[in-house]
Design a protein around this ligand. Structure first.
Ligand code: BDR
Ligand code: CA
Length: 319
């Protein structure tokens, strides 16, 4: 029986890779895709998610839009510098047109209905700001038993990518992240920058992706702008596929090696805003978040590539 999955996303180049990875993985069944503001504004993340589903030939997957802003404090910063003005490297319009309108229930309503209907507990994979997930937990506490685990990309125990020590998804809605990381009802695995910035796909990996067929070629083209941003900003001829790592862990549980810490998020308005703080004391109090800090990195990169270039995902002709 495939693992039922909900992906909450803000496409975003690495989100697009992550979505296609999930849709190419027979171990899981994607029951819903929900969108949140983040890399670009909500209308664009929703349209992009719909286009990525269409690219995979999976316009049948229910898609719903969620929060267009954080829970408490405005956070105007988006990530167009990384992902392009349209969120997909300037190539969103070249992807197939969405085949269906977003679901009128909205992200939280759709997630709640999927949880109620699933015969077995569902894995939720948030790969954008955690606003929708915090709202789901707050509005539907009776459904937490229907969630098997949350596998989120976000946070950093070291350097940040948005401020000195804050990672983008957590910085975008620190109060929501704090709500999700400090609850005890649902196990959380967090995939932070500490690991994702070590999992770098080099030019050879990208060339192999591009050679994997028309859909993969289109995905590789979408990654081009993101690749340039890594060159310009970090001097790296490589990219970090942050969100794809969280999806891979959800698809093949145990792929990433985790360490449990209670985590808190700095929610003040000073320079620490959005920083994830791990309590490393022995017997530290509070629910533990399983923080993915290590993995067999070549194996992870190889696995992501293999799944992307292998049918059944090669199902739409784009040229
Ligand atoms: C995260 O921020 C976004 O830009 C990416 O899509 C990823 O989810 C990395 O910090
Ligand atoms: Ca993302």
């Amino acid at each position: 029986m495939p693992i039922p999955l909900i992906i909450d996303t803000d496409p975003g180049v690495d989100d697009a890779v992550a979505l296609l990875l999930a849709l190419a993985s027979p171990e899981v069944e994607v029951r819903a895709v929900t969108t949140v503001f983040g890399n670009v504004p909500l209308p664009m993340t929703t349209a992009n998610a719909a286009r990525v589903l269409a690219l995979a030939g999976r316009g049948d997957v229910p898609l719903a839009a969620g929060a267009d802003r954080p829970l408490v404090h405005p956070q105007p910063e988006r990530a167009e510098g990384w992902h392009g003005a349209d969120g997909l490297g300037g190539l969103a319009a070249g992807l197939p047109e969405p085949t269906a309108d977003p679901d009128p229930r909205g992200a939280v309503g759709l997630m709640a209905d999927v949880l109620r209907a699933a015969p077995e507990p569902v894995t939720i994979v948030p790969i954008g700001p955690l606003t929708n997930i915090a709202l789901l937990l707050a509005l539907h506490p009776g459904l937490t038993g229907r969630i098997d685990r949350i596998v989120a990309m976000g946070g950093s125990l070291g350097a940040g990518n948005t401020t000195g020590a804050a990672e983008f998804n957590v910085f975008s809605d620190p109060e929501a992240a704090h709500r999700v990381f400090t609850q005890a009802e649902v196990p959380v695995t967090l995939v932070p920058l500490d690991l994702t910035m070590r999992c770098l796909t080099d030019s050879r990996w990208l060339a192999e992706l591009a050679a994997g067929g028309p859909r993969c070629a289109q995905l590789a083209a979408v990654i081009g702008h993101y690749h340039n941003a890594f060159r310009t900003r970090y001097g790296l001829d490589a990219v970090a596929l942050h969100d794809a790592l969280a999806v891979l862990e959800a698809v093949v549980p145990g792929t990433l090696r985790t360490t449990g810490f209670p985590l808190r998020v700095a929610c003040d308005l000073g320079p620490a805003r959005g920083v994830t703080v791990a309590d490393r004391r022995r017997a530290a109090p509070g629910p533990q978040v399983n923080v993915a800090l290590d993995a067999d990195i070549p194996a992870v990169l190889g696995e992501v590539l293999k799944r992307l270039v292998t049918p059944p995902c090669e199902c739409v002709t784009v040229f």
